[in-house]
Write a protein that binds this ligand. Structure first.
Ligand SMILES: Nc1ncnc2c1ncn2[C@@H]1O[C@H](COP(=O)(O)OP(=O)(O)O)[C@@H](O)[C@H]1O
Ligand SMILES: [Mg+2]
Length: 222
């Protein structure tokens, strides 16, 4: 959808659990072609923020616009369709499905969109250094390999917006570098946007812009 709005716009986003606030008022614009990193202490709400953007958790107030659509105002079922079409989410806990092979896990977003793209799954597995592992079952993989399955799955359908939660936390520096370059390529070549949550300065260094999350909201890192 063409729209004067940036690919992602957050205004006054606030979220708490029971009586305890997590973050107060988050404003953020991420343009198409922009790679933003969000850093912050453990427990400050980085994962919660990504979940709120994706509509996987409820917000208390504020708005989320994705590619011009008022995500936060949509009913649950339409949020799910928008997520499927526009988003690639790398979960901190991977959420690789244990009863599907690596290749079928990675192919899942294409299947859900009814897209048949021969060679695409192998291409993504190659990009994250897992070439040839398609037939393997997840329980035979290491933590770092599982994390890369999750990354390949998040990118296979060329999403407009990549939300990645500590996506290199289980990777060695060389593999992490390779994965972050794959994100950058998707962002810059396909004019997607990426919000990367990390506590790794090395990972944040790949971003165009680094922001810090604390209880008051997001601010530029100085
Ligand atoms: N489902 C939940 N119920 C209650 N508290 C939660 C829930 N999820 C996260 N929290 C709390 O919200 C805060 C932010 O958590 P999280 O977003 O996971 O932080 P981060 O990703 O920055 O480490 C933490 O204090 C955490 O304990
Ligand atoms: Mg987290």
């Amino acid at each position: 959808m063409n729209s004067p709005l940036p690919l992602l716009r957050l205004r006054g986003l606030a979220k708490g659990y029971a009586a305890s606030p997590v973050f107060g008022s988050v404003d953020l614009d991420v343009a198409a072609g922009e790679f933003v990193a969000i850093v912050g202490e453990s427990g400050v709400g980085k994962s919660t923020l990504l979940n709120c953007i994706a509509g996987l958790d409820n917000i208390d107030s504020g708005t989320v616009h994705i590619d011009g659509a008022a995500m936060s105002a949509l009913p649950e079922s339409e949020q799910a369709l928008l997520r499927r079409r526009l988003l690639g989410f790398v979960f901190q806990a991977f959420h690789v499905l244990p009863y599907l092979s690596v290749a079928r896990n990675v192919a899942l977003p294409l299947l859900l969109l009814g897209r048949d793209e021969p060679g695409r799954v192998e291409q993504l597995l190659g990009a994250v250094g897992l070439q040839g592992l398609g037939p393997r079952m997840p329980q035979t993989l290491s933590g770092g390999e599982l994390q890369r399955v999750a990354i390949a799955r998040a990118m296979v359908h060329s999403p407009k917006l990549i939300l990645a939660d500590e996506p290199t936390g289980n990777l060695d520096p060389k593999t992490a570098q390779r994965v972050l370059e794959t994100f950058r390529e998707q962002v810059h070549i396909a004019a997607a946007a990426c919000v990367l949550v990390t506590h790794s300065p090395a990972a944040a260094a790949h971003a165009d812009r680094v922001l810090v999350l604390d209880a008051n909201g997001l601010r530029p890192r100085v």
